[in-house]
Write a protein that binds this ligand. Structure first.
Ligand code: GTP
Length: 297
């Protein structure tokens, strides 16, 4: 089951940078060395089982954009599952950006009318002043430009966890059995006396599914950004491991407030268990993960 994801937007808006961070485990600091993308670069990432994400990174220079919208129109825009359009927040030529975007949306409506559309207002780290106000204004403008097409807008930056939040959300929409996975994760978390269980994809570390939110009477103080922060931190750790010529396998943390175990679940996933009960041993959690593996394969 191959799902085509189009990544489009003006040249220099940051498409290849986000792709190299999420799919190739490169650090943000190295993205300035990336050259402009020539035509389309394709990536395949196997998610769960037979679900393959087929990412088309479309170089954004005008000559390429013109060609996608004319001679290559049907090739580019057919069988699209998701369109991700990247807008640089401080783009100098916003009018041209908007024109290309509307053309792409027209083509998408014709060849893949059911595709989901995600808009990323990118490089939010460069905004001086109130970020949320800028994002709200851009969101309103982009929704107006999209006419009757339903769009979801995210503010993103390669320098913080917002990128993982947006991409985890996007990937979640293409996983067919996400709700079933969440149900199984909730059962698994309860069986382990865990506060939460979170399933990540192995290469990208994007969140695939989570157990339902803990509803204990004590109300643990869990940050709303915890999933994307974890993706970002583990990716940084994996990168450090590579630099030390070591491979990342698993992680265990025993702190006074909580215990965390991160271990491979299936060929393509990792699971993170967070436990607030001090009597639960990490060894027991690891055995439980091992025993649950066949159920999640
Ligand atoms: P084309 O391949 O020509 O279509 O461009 P692109 O959209 O792939 O742009 P690319 O990823 O090559 O990024 C251009 C520049 O933007 C690089 O120097 C990146 O370091 C920088 N960049 C990417 N994302 C961010 C971000 O979130 N914040 C900031 N400040 N810079 C970014």
């Amino acid at each position: 089951m191959k799902k085509k994801v189009l990544l489009m937007g003006a040249s220099g808006s940051g498409k290849t940078s986000m792709r190299s961070l999420i799919f190739s485990n490169n650090p943000a600091s190295l993205t300035s060395r990336l050259g402009a993308t020539i035509d389309v670069e394709q990536n395949h990432v196997r998610f769960l089982g037979d679900l393959i994400l087929n990412l088309w990174d479309c170089g954004g220079q005008d000559s390429f954009m013109d060609s996608y919208l004319s001679t290559q129109r049907s090739t580019i825009f057919q069988h699209v599952w998701v369109l991700i359009y990247v807008f640089e927040v401080g783009a100098r030529d916003a009018a041209k950006d908007a024109e290309y975007y509307r053309d792409c949306l027209d083509a998408l409506q014709k060849y893949s009318p059911d595709a989901a559309v995600f808009l990323l207002v990118h490089k939010m780290d460069l905004v001086v002043g109130e970020k949320s106000a800028v994002l709200e204004r851009r969101t309103r403008e982009l929704q107006a430009e999209s006419g009757s097409v339903a769009v979801t807008v995210f503010g993103t930056s390669i320098y913080d966890e917002t990128l993982y939040k947006a991409w985890s959300h996007i990937v979640h929409t293409i996983i067919p059995n996400a709700a079933v996975l969440s149900k199984h994760l909730t059962t698994f978390a309860r069986a382990c006396s865990a506060t939460e269980a979170i399933l990540f994809e192995r290469t990208t570390f994007l969140v695939i599914a989570t157990s339902s939110s803990p509803d204990g009477p004590d109300g643990f103080d869990l940050s709303a950004a915890r999933y994307e922060r974890t993706s970002e931190l583990i990716k940084a750790l994996k990168h450090s491991c590579t630099r030390m010529r070591e491979e990342f396998h698993a992680l265990e943390m025993e702190l006074p407030e909580f215990t965390a175990v991160l271990d491979g679940m299936t060929k393509n996933t990792y699971v993170l268990l967070i436990v607030h009960d001090p009597t639960i041993e990490t060894a027991a959690l690891k055995i439980n993960i091992r025993l649950a593996r066949p159920k999640f394969e």
